[in-house]
Design a protein around this ligand. Sequence first.
Ligand SMILES: C[S@@+](CC[C@H](N)C(=O)[O-])C[C@H]1O[C@@H](n2cnc3c(N)ncnc32)[C@H](O)[C@@H]1O
Ligand SMILES: Nc1nc2[nH]cc(C(=O)O)c2c(=O)[nH]1
Ligand code: SF4
Ligand SMILES: [Mg+2]
Length: 241
Amino acid sequence: MSTKIPVIEMFGPTIQGEGAVIGVKTMFVRTYGCDYRCSWCDSAFTWDGSAKDLRVMMEPEEVLSGLLEIGGDRFDTVTISGGNPALIGEGISELIGLLHDRGIKVAIETQGSRWQDWFLEVDALTVSPKPPSSGMATDWTMLDSILTEVGMNARGSYSLKVVVFDDIDYDYAVQVHKRYPDVPFYLQPGNDNVTEEGDISARLLGRLEWLFNKAIADPDMNAARVLPQLHALIWYNKRGK
Ligand SMILES: C[S@@+](CC[C@H](N)C(=O)[O-])C[C@H]1O[C@@H](n2cnc3c(N)ncnc32)[C@H](O)[C@@H]1O
Ligand SMILES: Nc1nc2[nH]cc(C(=O)O)c2c(=O)[nH]1
Ligand code: SF4
Ligand SMILES: [Mg+2]
């Protein structure tokens, strides 16, 4: 089995802008390819073919040395996102081992459509099922089995994060939170224009206030946390931040 990883970009150190590990300094490795096609994906270049030329097939050792070359000694966490990194088996498993051998922590961003055994090895697993506005359908059987398995056997922390664009998405978020009441739950407002240039912070803060008010009024969200995409408030729609 090939251990090569399709990498579309590596960058950092930056600050983790989303979810349970928001604020943590981290490098990013973004894998190429996704089994979803979310209508509002802010990283569509990972799957729509527009940046295919930038995709490099890398051995796990090459990813590690690339990260060390870019980040030097200025990081102790690596976040693997995509695309969907859960499309890749052996290569990511080896990369996690190499990073752990050096005392580097590993965070993962995935949507919960596919399982990998290495989910159990990571330090922070974010599972982000997609609401109706994405145009994608949730595989509840898969999501159930992922959360059951990590609930019993994960070494690290795990959480759910749902992006919300409208009232229908919000109802979906309630459904997810109620289905897994013991899993730490994060709400994140959607960015409805991922190509706009310049300062989009006022628009994003408006969406955050809307989501704050929804959660504040709703007893079903007493245990939820509502967070912005912090990096998008600072660096807007810039890639590699
Ligand atoms: C680009 S995805 C890559 C990882 C994985 N495919 C997933 O969706 O979880 C990383 C995170 O960005 C979120 N995201 C993508 N587009 C967004 C947008 N327009 N507004 C807010 N969050 C977005 C996703 O929901 C996910 O939580
Ligand atoms: N700073 C920063 N934080 C992030 N958290 C999740 C991201 C992602 O695209 O997966 C992301 C990203 O692209 N940048
Ligand atoms: S699952 Fe993630 S990477 Fe894939 S299309 Fe949706 S937001 Fe983009
Ligand atoms: Mg992003």
